[in-house]
Ligand binder design. Structure first.
Ligand code: XMP
Length: 255
């Protein structure tokens, strides 16, 4: 089964479009011992309100991929959820393949990658290893932060057609051509979500980070065409993460 289908199933089972970004602030050496137990506690509290968990350098750096993070991935999968690694894979093909093999070996179901590196000797080996191991690839298409316009918002001359095209439209077309499972488009830019949805049809899912802490509104993003919302601080930093996750889930349940 493709990662896109697994996400759909998980979302239906959990009745949720929320992907938890399991991010924690920097801790000094003497406090790092509590990061794993904090992450386990948050997962235990919120797992029933979410459909997947996204892990980032916030955890792989202090915990190690095959130590604490692998334990968390096992917990995530045991809770009937999918695990996404936000590696923003962005290197030459051979390196991308090794990055993917290590993360998949730790149990991750999908990786986030950067289409700026291109296909040949870039993301092609990543897609090949992901398909072979039935894992997913989600491509950045338009990031959620303000400076994203400097890269993703530029107008380029499309190599294939020779015409002026917004960078993010070119990336949306590549997501279709490369058979990506999803693209990331910030919840902070609903107009772009709408435009990108038109290019993708229902063939590629849209994942939108930027809800809450970065200023994006959950319902607006889903109405514009997002399939899943990636949410970190709005849940993790809440005084009651379970209530925050439940509230967010409910706010977009029937949308
Ligand atoms: P917050 O706390 O802002 O966390 O809800 C968001 C999480 O998502 C990541 N993030 C992005 N990841 N493309 C991505 O692939 C984006 O445009 C983007 N914006 C935020 C961020 O690193 C954090 O883990």
């Amino acid at each position: 089964m493709s990662f896109k289908s697994k996400m759909q199933k998980s979302s239906e089972n959990k009745n949720s479009k929320i992907v938890l970004a399991l991010d924690f602030p920097f801790e000094a050496t003497e406090n790092r011992g509590k990061i794993l137990s904090n992450a386990q506690r948050v997962l235990k509290a919120v797992h029933q309100y979410i459909c997947a968990v996204k892990i980032n350098h916030h955890l792989t750096l202090p915990l190690g991929t095959f130590d604490g993070v692998q334990q968390l991935v096992e917990q995530i999968r045991g809770q009937g959820l999918l695990a996404i690694m936000d590696a923003k894979v962005n290197d030459i093909g051979n390196t991308n393949q090794v990055i993917a093999e290590y993360y998949y070996s730790a149990g991750f179901d999908a990786l986030i990658a950067n289409p700026f590196v291109g296909w040949d000797e870039g993301l092609k080996p990543l897609f090949e290893v992901s398909k072979r191991l039935s894992r997913g690839v989600i491509l950045l298409c338009y990031m959620s932060h303000k400076g994203a316009a400097e890269g993703y918002g530029q107008t380029i001359i499309d190599l294939g057609t020779g015409t002026a095209t917004p960078q993010y439209i070119s990336f949306a077309k590549k997501a279709l051509e490369w058979d990506a499972d999803g693209v990331v488009v910030g919840a902070t830019i609903p107009d772009k979500i709408r435009e990108i949805r038109k290019v993708l049809g229902q063939n590629v899912d849209i994942y939108s980070p930027g809800v809450g802490a970065q200023g994006g509104a959950a319902e607006t993003a889903v109405k514009a065409g997002s399939n899943y919302l990636i949410v970190g601080r709005e849940i993790i930093s809440a005084s009651n993460p379970a209530m925050a996750a439940q509230r967010l889930r409910d706010s977009v349940r029937g949308v």
